[in-house]
Ligand binder design. Structure first.
Ligand code: IVH
Length: 688
């Protein structure tokens, strides 16, 4: 091959690789498999190895430089990188908008809504279509030259050629954006470090910052950083055939056309309410993003308006960071304690130095079980990052190992139950430590709480407090004793009047009629939740039959595996449990149910549902079972594959997800109507 034609082949190959790289890392729409991509890359490497003189710095083979830098040069930003003023609530956001409107003497301007990425700001400079410099923001006036490290980020184009559609980059220009460590990649990265016995990192943001400041770009390359570009910093001639657009929105799409990764969630809006809606929507949905996002950024679209508004100090008047309330804070683990769950599980939890997170004081975090504590290596005295997301129990995200002093104490799971003092141990492969004394008082409180709950026997007016009081008075030694309670027992409890005692007795009485599946749920057999209980009850119909069933009988049921089968058999093999059941029956609790009628045509077959919010005529599990009985599938979160969201009152983030993904939302009546219309169709087809 002549050098001429080799050079041609190399050029074509590089273009092809660049194109696939863009499809994969920028657009998230790969056209070829990883293996096919690797094959192209290997072809390039082989050709370049034979022709080292033809290797160019913008070749995709040259992302990771071999030469570690000895330090970072300071670079002055030709145009300073400004910061952003903050708005912490809607009032502050509206105040910002009003000030801008006053200065512009109009209020009919468009706004661009963007996400505020929680990474670090970088500036990329291109000359004649080639990436020549990448720098950190630094203090805004000058930053550090981290070109070699930024080159390792696959979504940073090394070359910005004239596009096929004629779009041409300016001769010299700078784009600005945010470098990030994707959350999923961060978890994998920490997982690997843990396996290698290396200290883990506290959060994706700091790790992204640390990665960009690695002296050896090979280390940066091992960390899959990403970038979102959010503005054109500056651009200069010679006058391009493609003029640089004069609104921010068009500039974003210009940058995307040039091959940069812009955020697909950016929106152009014309009314302030649309901007606040955008903000609220992402407040709910931000956890679904694979990168940190701590607010929205609202920008005035027209560049001439931006110029007119100018900036105060380092903060532009034409943009504002509309922040979400923080959901993570750092605090210290003061102690690790254990409580006892209803199945006798010893549940460790952390006592934290109280810390305010998004308006609520957090004092405790769940630690799940012994393995969880080991895998995160959480010690008493550790500084930790704590997260509170929505209604979820606070969690320890990570330990800040760099703040250890050596004074921290490793927690040992107790080998006796903290409530009854009986032996506690792990069974087989299970992560939980169990107290296997069925008469353990702490267990009984939890079991009573579960027994009376809405999805189980549904006894209103009874809860952990009343249960505890009755247990202390010796009136409850197992759940069957609920059905022997008398008026005088209840009025003796603190804050229980005659009226509420009478109501409670009536609720207890009524619960005797609950279905077998609810009773099974209520017993609190390990691994038997309401869905499993329904399946088992539907098959055995009588509690007696189930009590004498062998593991094989249970495993013969479609959705029942060996773990559940074994748990059920073991539960009924225990004499204490059999005695509870006997007493329940003796005291009038229903232990049977009728066979279900033939499920009928599977009219919802192939359809995927998500159920959310409070429903009026169904419990959540009832409607889910109904869907399944009709052949539909139920999942926990809304995705592109969801066909319908059935939403009750106070539907939260799932509703927002559905709206964003354009998934059809049904209320209960519409859900009924859907089923009826489908059943109608089937009947029509069936009847001659
Ligand atoms: S625009 C003058 N847009 O926020 C405009 N900044 O305090 C300033 N940031 O460190 C930048 N997401 O890195 C802009 N969509 C976004 C952003 C964003 C995150 C960061 C930026 C800077 C800080 C500004």
């Amino acid at each position: 091959m002549t050098d001429q034609s080799t050079a041609e082949s190399l050029k074509k190959l590089r273009r092809e690789i660049d194109r696939h790289n863009h499809l994969y890392h920028v657009l998230d729409q790969p056209e070829i498999s990883d293996a096919q991509f690797d094959a192209l890359m290997n072809e390039l490497l082989a050709l370049e190895a034979d022709h080292p003189d033809l290797v160019t710095p913008d070749s995709p083979s040259q992302r990771v430089g071999a030469q570690p830098a000895s330090g970072f040069q300071e670079v002055r930003h030709p145009v300073p990188l400004l910061g952003l003023g903050n708005a912490f609530d809607e009032d502050e956001f509206m105040a910002w908008l009003r000030r801008a409107a006053d200065m512009l003497e109009r209020d009919d301007f468009d706004l661009v809504c963007e996400l505020k990425f929680d990474g670090l700001a970088v500036a990329l400079t291109y000359e004649d279509g080639i990436l020549v410099r990448g720098a950190t923001r630094g203090n805004g006036t000058s930053g550090e030259d981290v070109t070699l490290n930024l080159r390792t980020i696959r979504s940073v184009p090394l070359r910005v050629p004239v596009k096929e559609n004629g779009i041409r980059p300016p001769a010299r220009f700078e784009v600005r954006g945010e470098a990030l460590f994707p959350k999923s990649a961060f978890e994998r990265f920490n997982e690997q470090r843990r396996e290698q016995g290396l200290p883990t990192y506290a959060n994706p943001r700091n790790t992204a910052a640390g990665s960009l400041r690695q002296l050896d770009p090979r280390l940066t390359a091992e960390r899959p950083l990403d970038i979102f570009v959010y503005s054109l910093g500056w651009a200069e001639g010679p006058a391009p055939e493609t003029p640089v657009p004069d609104t921010h929105w068009e500039r974003l799409s210009f940058l995307a056309d040039l091959g940069f990764k812009t955020n697909p969630h950016n929106r152009l809006v014309s009314a302030p309410e649309e901007a606040t809606d955008f903000h609220k929507q992402w407040l709910e949905a931000k956890e679904d993003l694979d990168y940190g996002c701590d607010g929205s950024v609202i920008k005035i679209n027209r560049l001439d308006f931006q110029q007119h508004l100018g900036h105060v100090g380092r903060e532009p008047r034409w943009a504002v960071a509309f922040k979400f309330p923080a959901t993570q804070e750092t605090t210290q683990v003061e102690d690790i304690r254990v409580n006892v769950g209803r199945t006798g599980s010893l549940n460790p939890y952390a006592i934290l130095e109280p810390v305010n997170i998004a308006g609520a004081t957090v004092k405790q975090a769940t630690l799940h079980n012994e393995d969880y504590i080991r895998s995160k290596d959480i010690r008493i005295g550790d500084w930790v990052v704590v997260e509170r997301a929505g209604e979820v129990i606070p969690q320890i995200v990570t330990v800040i190992e760099s703040r250890r002093t050596g004074e921290e104490r490793v927690f040992e799971m107790p080998d006796t139950c903290p409530s009854c003092g009986g032996p506690a141990a792990r069974k087989g492969e299970e992560a939980v430590t169990l107290c296997d004394n069925p008469a353990c008082p702490a267990q009984l409180v939890r079991l009573v709480e579960h027994f009376v709950s809405r999805g189980a026997m549904d006894i209103e007016g009874m809860g952990a407090k009343q249960g505890q009081a009755l247990i202390e008075r010796g009136l409850l030694s197992d759940v069957s004793d609920l059905y022997a309670l008398k008026m005088e027992d209840l009025v003796a409890i603190d804050r229980m009047g005659e009226k509420s005692s009478a109501n409670l007795l009536a609720a207890i009485e009524k619960s005797k009629e609950q279905s077998l599946s609810r009773l099974l749920t209520a017993l609190g057999i390990p691994h038997v939740g309401s869905e499993v209980a329904e399946v088992i009850a539907g098959r055995f119909l009588k509690l007696d039959a189930l009590m004498d069933a062998a593991a094989e009988d249970l495993e013969a049921i479609d959705s029942i595996g060996p773990k559940i089968a074994e748990a059920v058999v073991e539960y009924f093999a225990n004499d204490a449990n059999r005695e509870v059941v006997r007493k329940l029956r003796e005291r009038g609790v229903n232990t049977e149910q009728e066979a279900e009628e033939d499920a009928g045509p599977q009219v919802l077959e192939g359809l995927r549902f998500v159920v959310t919010g409070r429903l009026a005529s169904f419990s959540r599990s009832e409607i889910q079972n109904r869907i399944k009985a009709l052949g539909g599938a139920v999942s926990g979160s809304v995705s592109k594959n969801t066909n319908y969201l059935v939403a009750g009152a106070d539907a939260g983030s799932k509703l927002a997800d559905a709206q964003r993904l354009e998934v059809t939302v049904l209320d209960e009546d519409e859900f009924q109507a859907l089923i009826e219309s489908k059943q109608g169709l089937v009947n029509e087809v069936r009847s001659p």
